[in-house]
Design a protein around this ligand. Sequence first.
Ligand code: NAD
Length: 260
Amino acid sequence: MNEILKDKVAVITGAGSGIGRASALQLARNGCNICLFDLKDKRTKEVEKAIHDLGRKSLFVDVDVSDPQRVEQAVQTVIEQFGKIDIVFANAGINGTVAPIEDLTPESWDETLSTNLKGTFLTVKYAIPHMKKAGGSIIITSSINGSRKFSSFGMSAYSASKAGQVAFAKMAALELARYKIRVNVICPGAIATNIGENTDRTQQVDKISIPVLYPEGSQPLEHGPGQPEQVADLVMFLASPQSSHISGTEIYIDGAETLL
Ligand code: NAD
């Protein structure tokens, strides 16, 4: 087993499912101890156990990433138990409500922005004081919907939150470089996860048809969406010293979907 992250400590938000889960397992396979930040769910227990089975330490913290007090407390719990943070993967996110802008309620807008964008800010903010001494790597999950693809009709709040994450990551990369903290943002295309489970699609959204060579949702490299494990390999690279000169970069992982 590769031990390139031996004895490192990672905080991963949204670690109970999809991209966060796959990345937690991939980092653990490479020697990392994992702090799982997520809403309480039986899936998170399963991830915690799988990390233990790999011989690593894992800690689940029940935290809503949009709640400043709970994020601060969660980080404090990590420090009490592990004494440090080397890697942050700010990944928790929701699609939120899919609706035309005129029908989108301010409450729905706030929910999406609070989880995706404010949650990223809070996770990074409270981790920074514990990373300044030794440096580290911060990875943020945005989306192709934040910068390259704007044809997912009804997802204006989601796209705005994802674009905000890209700008935030670049500001953070510059601000934190003096502490040897690297910050990068990944932009996945469609990935087969559970994100659709809590998506509100009850409202009517008129689709504008765009002629494409490939069926909707397909990626030139794949017949369907990508897999969370493929994203986890990128997260692993950005978390490891193998990417020691990479910071402030947005990396697309979309099977060439945004070339269509
Ligand atoms: P997922 O639903 O499988 O996992 C998301 C996790 O985030 C869940 O475990 C959920 O409980 C957690 N979460 C949601 N709200 C939270 C909150 N307030 N506090 C703490 N945890 C919370 O979805 P996924 O696809 O793995 O999503 C991970 C990230 O990837 C998201 O930021 C999403 O926007 C992004 N993304 C996904 C896709 C895709 O096609 N799946 C594409 C591009 C970007």
